[in-house]
Design a protein around this ligand. Structure first.
Ligand code: CAO
Length: 473
């Protein structure tokens, strides 16, 4: 037994040495050519390996924020090993189920291109396996409630001592401060990050948005933190902690409203339709309905069919440089020279009237006709696309932004591929793993366990559901 452990230890050590050698290799390449880079590859584009090839992620994430991050890293070529609780797995496997007994779309659309291993982190043998993973992997990503990782025994000090190269990346609801111990879900972050108070209509209550800026938004921030830490590790040889608080992530995405909060001290926000309606501003940034949020006044306008189609709308931007083209299009050529309309400043108090007139024109056309006509004249507009239209959009399928994958239990489903396109690292979008689907291969190929050891692990209860533990006992 002791011999076996020694052997396993030396295997893990060898893997750690190998990754250390990589860093040394990079350092000597630096000496060789002065800029730290190898010679440019002459392999065809897309065949020189994936961007994050060789990076191993110990994925301790669940629900949405963390899984968004690790799915993106998997699309970029990292080997993402998702650790799940035996018998249960990520809670979203069973949430919002549409097909009985099949992993939900909630889970499958956030966990593609990953491998799944079941490990009970509260079982001594389970912790032994986790220790090997920590020694072997480059990044540990987690989004447990505050303190949960520490309660498992995986404190930063412990992980850093076990593998000084490991990057430990976390999503939490709040950063250090009065709310740091709180559990947080998407809409809590939208509310605390300033998005909800600035979304919706002035007369209505605060509104949360359908875009998951708290969860997926913070997951994207975390992914950037991780690749930056990996890059820095090439120089320093050591890992670091990466923390993204959901409140911070939402605020980052809502920064234009903090901009407006400061502008408010110097006078009314003239591009808000509230200004053109003569409604005074209060002390905080108000909700601005469908106002643009930028320097070019804009609004949502009805198109042909709006009476029966809830998505027959176009978003119309009255960009100043194309004001003349807009006037010609809507049949108001005199507005090009009329001092009440000719300049952006003159138009600001009249926006309501202007958009009403533009709508008289858009309502005679479908949103796609408005799109075609306006884009031909260089006028920026956006059709309100329903999810049905997006799901059926062939151009999104062609670019790999919407991808159909096949799942052994639920069959074919659509997922969102990699929205970030790398010309030399095309995304490899694969279906999500079944619970524990790769347990054996990870134990054997990644962690170097022998068949007899794997058999022992299986009966120990460290990787199986509690019912099976009872049977085995
Ligand atoms: N084996 C054994 N135990 C495991 C395990 C495993 N493989 N994986 C997880 N667990 C345990 C943890 O140890 C923890 O147990 P303790 O609380 O006893 O220490 C528990 O499962 C999970 O903890 P949790 O508190 O994270 O889960 P929750 O469902 O109660 O809370 C959430 C969920 C999302 C509110 C919370 O995780 C959180 O606030 N996360 C940070 C913010 C975040 O990412 N929110 C976005 C979620 S998506 O909307």
């Amino acid at each position: 037994m002791a011999k076996k452990q020694k052997k396993a230890k030396s295997k893990v050590k060898a893997a750690a040495k190998k990754s250390a050698r990589k860093v040394v290799k990079l350092a000597s390449a630096k000496k060789a050519n002065g800029n730290g880079l190898p010679k440019p590859s002459n392999k065809p584009w897309g065949q020189a390996g994936k961007a994050l090839e060789g990076v191993k992620i110990l994925d301790f994430t669940h629900v949405q924020s963390g899984p968004t991050c690790t799915q993106l890293l998997a699309y970029m070529g990292a080997d993402v090993i998702k650790v799940e609780r035996p018998g249960a797995g990520d809670i979203t496997r069973g949430q919002l189920r549409d097909v009985p007994n099949a992993d939900s779309l909630y889970f499958t659309m956030l966990n593609g291109s990953k491998r799944s291993i079941t490990i009970d982190s509260k079982h001594p043998k389970g912790m032994e396996i986790l220790n090997r993973l920590i020694k072997t992997c480059d990044v540990l990503v987690e989004n447990f409630a505050p303190g949960a990782l520490d309660r498992m025994g995986l404190t930063w000090d412990y992980v850093h001592k076990t593998n000084p190269r490991m990057i430990v990346a976390s999503v939490k609801g709040f950063g250090p401060g009065p709310y740091e111990d709180c559990k947080v879900y998407e809409n809590v972050a939208q509310c605390a990050g300033g998005a909800a108070s600035t979304t919706g209509f002035r007369e209505g209550p605060p509104l949360v948005t359908g875009a998951q800026i708290g969860d997926s938004g913070t997951g994207l921030h975390l992914a950037l933190g991780i690749v930056s830490a990996l890059y820095q590790r090439n120089r320093t040889g050591r890992g670091q902690k990466v923390l993204c608080a959901m409140q911070d992530g939402v605020l980052n995405l809502t920064r234009v409203k903090l901009r407006d909060q400061q502008r408010l001290a110097h006078g009314p926000l003239t591009e808000y339709s509230q200004y053109s309606e003569g409604v005074p501003f209060g002390k905080a940034v108000p909700r601005a309905g469908n106002d643009s949020g930028g320097g070019q006044p804009a609004w949502l306008l009805k198109c042909k069919g709006w009476e029966s189609d809830p998505d027959a709308y176009i978003y119309f931007i009255t960009q100043a440089p194309v004001w003349g083209a807009i006037c010609d299009l809507i049949g108001e050529p005199t507005w090009k020279t009329d001092p009440d309309y000719a300049t952006p400043k003159a138009r600001l108090p009249r926006l309501k009237k202007i958009f009403a007139r533009i709508e008289e024109w858009t309502v005679t056309k479908t949103k796609f006709e408005v799109m075609d006509i306006c884009n031909a004249a260089d006028i920026p507009v956006g059709p309100i696309l329903s999810m049905k239209e997006i799901a059926e959009d062939q151009s999104l399928r062609k670019t790999g932004t919407v991808v159909e994958v096949d799942h052994p239990i639920r069959g074919k489903y659509l997922t969102v591929g990699n929205p970030i396109k790398l010309s030399d690292s095309p995304a490899d979008v694969r279906r999500s793993p079944l619970l524990g689907e790769h347990t054996d291969e990870i134990l054997k190929d990644v962690l170097g366990y022998k068949a007899a050891e794997i058999a022992e692990i299986k009966t120990s209860g460290a990787i199986t559901a509690p019912e099976k533990k009872e049977k085995a006992a």
